[in-house]
Write a protein that binds this ligand. Structure first.
Ligand code: NAD
Length: 356
């Protein structure tokens, strides 16, 4: 395919904005040919922010997929709709990008992976951490032996709760903080170790009145999973909705002769004090007065630009995405999160029965 990759963006809200920013930075490779959202007023607003013109607008994803001539359907919809949109897109012979988590259940995620295979199309799984420049720099330091042999990783994504109404019920989102946020450190870690985990043990707050703060949320608002890998590495991966002051994406890497601390969200080169307050500082920060670390090119630094560029190159060449970014990797991340829930419920460690 030498022409540009034609994209139907399904969803025009929060994650669609992250992807739209990325598409606007790879116009050499891709073009947005249509945008669909049932809240139709969000479509021109999104397009205007990123300078998209000549696109078709839809309020119904089935109609959009039926009518739009495109190469890729990019699913930026609530978790429970990922499967329906993906299956419809594969029926039409399109590649699919799915936001995280791949689906709300293992069965749905398996159906999506099988449908891609049957259609002979790619299912791309949007794990942006794998393209975060700071994390990739950290991994290159590990590779050159800068901290010796890597032994322990502690990683977390935490904030004060999703803005999305769909994040409150398990039916719509599949779980709580682990499913929504923990899926980033979990998939990152699995990809780093080529999915060769041996054993995990987890604890979560448990949901509703057992939660630390969010007693109306069905899913847990705090969770931690400890995973051992076949090469002896251990990882502690955490997610919670009890973190105020802005989103924390923090990764600590410990080796035999050194260690590294990576802060994806608060490591801005700017340290600002404002009495009147700023319009924006960092994702999920509610208070913008006083001292803050306003993010510099937040979307790039969280990896979205690299992720979308990679998917566009893969779609152009009909190639599988890198490890960690394939549909089957999203499925495995979801499987590990579900096993973490099981470990927490049953109060026991779980071994990886599928490790070859
Ligand atoms: N990778 C990341 O860092 C990241 C960040 C945020 C969200 N996400 C993921 O992105 C996905 C979307 O999350 P969001 O925060 O953008 O959600 P959101 O609730 O802000 O937006 C969803 C959009 O889908 C539209 N919609 C819902 N049902 C529809 C339907 N049947 N037909 C047409 N439009 C419909 C809504 O009107 C809304 O505009 C989720 O899976 C979420 O987990 C990923």
């Amino acid at each position: 395919m030498s022409k540009k990759v034609r994209v139907l963006l399904v969803g025009a809200s929060f994650s669609a904005d992250l992807h739209a920013d990325a598409y606007s930075r790879c116009t050499d490779l891709a073009e947005i040919v249509a945008i669909c959202d049932k809240a139709t007023e969000r479509i021109p607003a999104l397009a205007e922010r990123y300078g998209f013109t000549g696109y078709q607008a839809y309020d119904d994803f089935e109609k959009a997929i039926d009518e739009v001539d495109c190469d890729v359907v990019d699913v930026c919809m609530p978790n429970f709709l990922h499967k329906a949109v993906a299956l419809k897109a594969f029926e039409k012979g399109r590649h699919v990008i799915s936001e995280k988590p791949l689906a709300t259940t293992i069965e749905d995620a398996e159906e999506m992976v099988a449908a891609a295979e049957k259609a002979g199309k790619q299912l791309f799984y949007a794990e942006d951490w794998l393209f975060a420049p700071a994390l990739n720099k950290a991994l290159s330091i590990v590779k050159e032996g800068g901290i010796g042999e890597q032994k322990y990783i502690r990683a977390r994504e935490c904030h004060n709760g999703s803005h999305s109404p769909f994040a409150q019920t398990i039916k719509f989102c599949g779980g709580g903080a682990m499913t929504h946020l923990g899926v980033h450190p979990v998939c990152f870690m699995l990809a780093l170790k080529d999915f060769k985990w041996t054993e995990l043990t987890a604890m979560t707050s448990g949901g509703l009145d057992k939660n630390l703060i969010h007693d109306k949320m069905e899913g847990e608002d705090w969770g931690v999973v400890v995973i051992k890998f076949a090469d002896g590495t251990v990882a502690t991966l955490e997610s919670n909705y009890v973190t105020v002051g802005g989103m924390e994406d923090v990764i600590d890497i410990y080796g035999t002769t050194g260690c590294m601390h990576v802060d994806l969200t608060f490591s801005s080169a700017i340290n600002c004090f404002s009495e009147t307050g700023l319009s924006y500082t960092v994702e999920k920060a509610d208070v913008k007065t006083g001292w803050s670390r306003p993010a510099v090119d937040e979307k790039f630094n969280l990896g979205y630009v690299g992720e979308i560029r990679h998917f566009m190159e893969c779609a152009r060449d009909n190639k599988e995405a890198r490890v960690g970014l394939r549909g089957k990797d999203g499925l495995e991340a979801l499987r590990v999160i579900n096993l973490a829930y099981q470990s927490s419920r049953e109060g026991r460690a779980i071994k990886n029965e599928n490790l070859k």
